[in-house]
Design a protein around this ligand. Sequence first.
Ligand SMILES: Cc1cc2nc3c(=O)[nH]c(=O)nc-3n(C[C@H](O)[C@H](O)[C@H](O)COP(=O)(O)OP(=O)(O)OC[C@H]3O[C@@H](n4cnc5c(N)ncnc54)[C@H](O)[C@@H]3O)c2cc1C
Length: 443
Amino acid sequence: MTIAPAMATQVHIIGGGLAGSEAAWQLAQAGVDVRLSEMRGSGETTPAHQTDGLAELVCSNSFRSDDAEHNAVGLLHAEMRSLGSLIMAAADAHRVPAGSALAVDRDGFSAAVTEKLAAEPRIEIVRERVDALPAAGPTIVATGPLTAARLAQSIGAATGADALAFFDAIAPIVHRDSIDMDVCWMASRWDKGETKDYINCPMTKEQYLAFRQGLLDGDKTEFKDWERDTPYFEGCMPIEVMAERGEDTLRYGPMKPVGLDDPRTGRWAYAVVQLRQDNALGTLWNMVGFQTKLKHAEQVRLFRTISGLERAEFARLGGLHRNTFINSPQLLDSTLRLKTAPHIRFAGQITGCEGYVESAAIGLLAGRFAAAELAGETPAAPPLTTALGALLGHITGGADAASYQPMNVNFGLFPPIEGRARKADRKRLYTERAREALETWLA
Ligand SMILES: Cc1cc2nc3c(=O)[nH]c(=O)nc-3n(C[C@H](O)[C@H](O)[C@H](O)COP(=O)(O)OP(=O)(O)OC[C@H]3O[C@@H](n4cnc5c(N)ncnc54)[C@H](O)[C@@H]3O)c2cc1C
């Protein structure tokens, strides 16, 4: 069948949240027609949305730090502004006082995005639920963490059920350079000296018992009503639930010390916390088996009682939430196309990025990539040294596919700065390098 020319240049975006709205805007600015399918407004909703507005903020009204000199998300704001982001323009126009953070009037923000998109002649907003991945035609799937069930099934069928998650069971992730390697050591269990893949943190009996008590007593976040019914797998069980099962359950589970000789004593410790490399750069390490519902402040306090982690800086803290996302490092190419069906791109939180700004940023890139492709160009990804490029690189291959979990933008995703520099200086060096790289990319 021949596709009519008008249809061949139209991009179908599914989902009018942060990512889908930004992608639609970028495409329209590039002269491409868009069909934007959003199920809210057709009698459907998600468990978290309250309105029919596009780009509704489902929880906090904060876009986090707006400091483009010292903060990775602030830098991402700046890069998105320089690429004509609608989400950033609407956020700036509806800013409310929040110190150095960018917080917005959520109703004004969503209304501004909805009005701008509705007024754009190239965008047709259709209030409809889409139940299956389109078999043909350029498509961007941006249905977010609460993707409707039938479409999720269709995505599962296209990607392999194992590659689609319904929960993020996040273990805390630590910046490698904040771990005290005079106390911790590199080794694999029963290590014979060939591979030393884990960072190991030893614990005495007293430390272990106090730590377990801390898990039992710690302040925890409750599941939302609609999350209670989504079962989590035994493999994703929160560490505090394991601690409740018995005094030694953790020592026979994620904190097993056997086969790990502590080089300082030549013996096995009473318990061991292991960290595994989380990104190709080796800058981020996740605490194996430490997914948790402990409140964030409690996690920082308790995890810093672990030997070698006293000064740990966390790239992200642990959590367990309902969240539909695909295994992007395995499934997507470098411009967000599904490798097995390249007419489909994914954008937003469903790719495994995390947060309003990150979701919009990936929507922005998906829109620009799709526009470039329709113009007969080869889409070029932004350099890895930019915030956009670092986030995209993580999603599309930098992250370890086996332990892939949603991630906010942070400097741990950037290629490290060569040489020694103070922490404060290092952040500035990252942002300076990013600015130059983005200018070159845009030139
Ligand atoms: C409960 C909850 C709280 C969160 N709180 C925060 C927070 O405070 N701060 C933060 O930065 N991030 C938060 N997030 C994470 C995330 O940043 C947001 O979910 C963000 O909105 C993701 O953007 P998105 O565009 O990928 O998805 P969404 O903004 O959710 O947009 C997806 C859109 O797709 C539509 N849709 C779904 N399925 C279909 C279908 N089959 N057909 C048509 N339309 C469909 C939905 O109605 C929705 O409008 C939260 C997530 C959840 C679930």
